[in-house]
Each structure stands twice: as C-alpha cells, then as structure tokens.
Design a protein around this ligand. Structure first.
Ligand SMILES: C[S@@+](CC[C@H](N)C(=O)[O-])C[C@H]1O[C@@H](n2cnc3c(N)ncnc32)[C@H](O)[C@@H]1O
Length: 261
C-alpha cells in the first residue's frame, strides 16, 4: 500500500537537537515499514533551526549557577508552535527524567488520537517554563537518567506506533503482550526443544491448545508475581485449579524429564 493511499496516517512530530539520532532509529524494522506503508509519518524537527544567532545557540548557563547547560525557552517554544500547527490536536509531550512515569495505558491513550508531538531535552534539561507553559504533559520512561530525550522519545513513539492499525503484522499478538490486562506476558519458547540440557515446558509440545492456554495463563501469573509484585498485588484472586498435573506451570527454565543441566 502506498503512503498516499493510506487514509489515516498517524503523525509523530519529534523535536530534537539531534535529528539524525531519531531519523536513523525509525528507518529500521517495524517503524521503517510503518513509515513506508503510510501507517505512520515521523517528522523530525531540528530545534536549532529556531535559533536566531549565527552560532545557533540553543542552550545557556543555568540561572542561580550549577553544572551544565540548560536548553533555552525561545527555540523550543517556537519549535513546539510549528509542530502544533502541523499536527493540530496532537498532545505535546516533553520527555523528562522528572516527568510522570509513561505506561502502556498512556501508549493506548495516545494511539487513540491522530498524532503526537515529542519534545526531547538534552544537557541538564530544558528551561522549566517549557514544561509549565508550552507542553501538555511531561513524561519519564523510567526512574533513571539518560543523556537526552531522543531514546525516551523513540521508546514512546515505538510503544504508540505498534498499537496503530497496520503497524504490527499480527495485531492479535498485541492483546497478549505484557502490561495488557495488568499482567506480564507468558514465557515464550522456540526451537530447539532442548539446548545444552535446557528444555521447554512439555505442555507446549503437546499440541493440546486447551492445556497450552491454561499453562500460559498460569505461567503469566507466576512470572508477574516473581518479577513484578507491584502489578501482582492488583490481580484478581487465582482461580481454584480443577485438577492436578498437566495444567500446572512448571518452574520456568526447568529441563524436560531426564534432561541434565
Ligand atoms: C541528562 S537529562 C537531564 C536530567 C535532569 N538534570 C534531571 O536531573 O532531571 C537530559 C534530557 O534527557 C531526557 N531524559 C533523561 N532521562 C529521562 C527519562 N528517564 N525519561 C524521559 N526523558 C529523560 C530529558 O529530555 C532530559 O531533558
């Protein structure tokens, strides 16, 4: 399908001081194909194009002193204004280590719209007036500090894009992914059935779809309890097992009967 024939192209506007970082990253794999098919458009804006001095200065020393440089308001504000005009109605999100934590629910909310504007900070961050007056939301992708907003913007862009129609080949798989329904995804395995003594749960080789489904449900719960007790605390109580045996999830990574380590 050509880009021109796709009626609903979701538009991402990415505002950055390092446009090539973003252009490069979105040109591969699922995002690259989504752009080629017209399911999404990614427009990258160089914030420095909005500077007015001959050195294209986009940052300055912090008021009150301190280490590092702070991104100036005027070029960012002007760049946001241009992006808003080009993507009317799209929420404008500043990537920030001190923002609210981004979640799958946010990805779904953004994907329900027609576009998204992502503003990348760099250096010591962005003059706070941008967060206060020029963007709609301020989000962090985790409780850690990265060097710039480009990687976080790409994370958000990717999370949103894969929820859009025509981006992921098998959209059925999205329903079972981690963080859909408050649980992590069940463990996945592929061939070979045994490698260096490590087998895969036998039920997955049984061809019994009912038992596989039961095992996956239980294994997803077990993994959520083990890796994310914060999520597990919100799960409904576990249903009573109907019978012992095949439906019970084996310990993850356990070799098949007779398989040594
Ligand atoms: C080095 S960081 C600035 C950190 C800032 N001085 C602080 O302590 O909160 C530079 C830029 O990277 C981005 N960034 C860093 N960590 C992030 C995170 N966890 N989530 C979202 N953006 C992040 C933001 O755009 C930020 O302006």
């Amino acid at each position: 399908m050509s880009a021109a024939s796709t009626p609903t192209t979701f538009v991402f506007e990415v505002l950055t001081l390092f446009p090539e970082m973003v252009r490069q990253a979105v040109s591969h794999s699922i995002l690259g194909r989504a752009i080629a098919s017209g399911a999404i458009a990614v427009r990258v804006r160089d914030i420095r194009d909005q500077t007015t001095d001959r050195h294209r200065t986009a940052d300055d020393v912090p008021y009150g002193g301190g280490a590092g440089m702070v991104m100036k308001v005027p070029p960012v504000a002007k760049c946001v204004r241009s992006a808003r005009a080009a993507a009317p109605g799209a929420p404008v999100v500043l990537l920030s280590a001190s923002g609210r934590l981004f979640s799958q629910a946010d990805a779904r909310r953004f994907a329900a719209g027609t576009g998204l504007v992502l503003v990348c900070g760099h250096y010591e961050g962005v003059d706070e007036r941008v967060a206060e007056h020029y963007v709609d939301e301020e989000v962090a992708i985790g409780d850690y500090v990265l060097s710039g907003g480009e990687v976080p913007a790409l994370a958000v862009l990717d999370a949103v894009a894969r929820l859009l129609p025509g981006v992921v080949g098998n959209s059925g798989s999205l329903l079972e992914e981690s963080h859909e329904g408050g649980m992590l995804e069940y463990p996945q395995y592929t061939r070979p059935a045994e490698f260096e003594g490590h087998g895969v749960p036998e039920v997955l080789l049984s061809g019994n779809h009912g038992e596989v489904a039961k095992w996956r449900k239980a294994a997803a719960r077990a993994k959520t309890v083990r890796n994310r007790p914060d999520l597990a605390a919100h799960l409904p109580p576990e249903p009573e097992p109907k019978r012992k045996g095949a439906g019970r999830p084996p310990r993850l990574g356990r070799p098949p009967e007779g398989g040594g380590r």
